[in-house]
Structure formats: C-alpha cells, structure tokens
Design a protein around this ligand. Sequence first.
Ligand SMILES: O=C(O)CCC(=O)C(=O)O
Length: 233
Amino acid sequence: MFRNPVDVDAASTRRLACVITLDTDGYLLLPDLLDAAALAGVRAAMQDVLDRDGPRGPGGTLHVDDLSGPAVEAVWTAPDLVAAVEHVLGPGPGRGALHVRAPHPGFGAQALHADFAGPPPPEPQVAVAIVALVDVAEDGGATRVVPGTHVWNRSAPGDTVDRTWPGERRIALRAGSAVVLNGHLWHSGTRNRSTVRRDALQVTWRRVTALARSPSSTAPPDTAATSASEEMA
Ligand SMILES: O=C(O)CCC(=O)C(=O)O
C-alpha cells in the first residue's frame, strides 16, 4: 500500500528528530515500546527466573538475570529499539546482557558513570536501554542522564550519589516505555523515593567490528562494558 506524502514526511521528520537527539543529547525516549501484553510477558519471564533462582543482589536493589522466552526476544528485536541502537553502534550490534534492576523504596542511588571502561574510543562501543516495567516518576528511582557527556571524552565525576549534577535530567517513564542511551553518556540510577519497587529492564549491546562479523574471522574479545557503580544502601 502506498502511503500519502504527508505521512512519509511526518515519519522522516520524526526519524530525523530521533537521530539528532541521539547524536546531540546521547539518549532517546521510546514511549510505549511495549504494549500491555508484551509487558505481562516480560514480567512473567522475570517471575520464572525468580521462582527458579531466587533473588540476587546486595542491599535494597533486586537484580534478576538471564530472562528469556518469546516476550524477552521481542524486546531484543523491537524495531524502534534496534534502529536506535544501530544508530549508535552500527549494523548488527552484539547482544550483551538483559536483566531486571529493581530498587526497593529508599534504595537505588548510584554515582554518575558511563558503561565503558578505558580510554575513549573513536566510535561508541556500548548502548544501553532502560525499559520501565512499572510507571516510574522522576523521584521514583528514575534513570538520570547528563545530556551531551557522551562526546566529552572525560570520566564521570566520582562523588555524585544523591548529588544533583548541573544539567542532569531525570527520565520519568510510563510502564512499557524505554530510554536508549549511548553507553558513553554519564548516567545513573537514582534513589527510589516512591512507595513501590522500581522494576526496569536494563539491556546492553556492544559494537561488533566488521572483522568480527566476517564468518571466516576469529572474533576479538568483547568490549569491556562495565557497570561502574554499586547501589548505595
Ligand atoms: O537502572 C537505572 O536506571 C540505571 C542503572 C545503571 O546505570 C547501572 O546499573 O549501571
């Protein structure tokens, strides 16, 4: 079916706005990435792991690792998410991890950090998505970002737990919505000051070099993607 030219223009304008936001700010909101059925599927996958392995994680933040199943696969392959990640990392990015990070009320504050250790590379190596599994208000343990810092080539400042940094933004998300980050952007979890646990997926990808993509090559070791901070009690 042909789309009328007005629709095509609107779609291109939206795509362009997304590209500009990712390039200049280093992050992009994807409202309503998951519908109610998809959300229920991911929550069921989370419960399966909890029933099988029990909770992991120190202090007041619940971590649930290695979710799998069709609903989780649908997150990895969601077209808008893949398009945003490929914009940061190039085609065919490698999958890193997908897990739930869920600070209980009163917990979850982190220092600002980037998800890459070592000297700044010429091209972004890591991308991260935070997908809300519950509604998250700005003071409910929202992810914070400092726009533009993905191109600063500087380490994040150390002492930023519960300290506001100039220019930071807290990303409130409806359940099912997501924020995609260039992994070199300074960001962190924040203290959950609400009365409910903040359940969100944390999904990572890494850049795959052309050499590693070639079937005849031996893949080099993975890029070091680190979570540079610990939850604070
Ligand atoms: O959960 C979040 O909002 C961000 C978590 C994060 O940046 C991390 O654990 O490295």
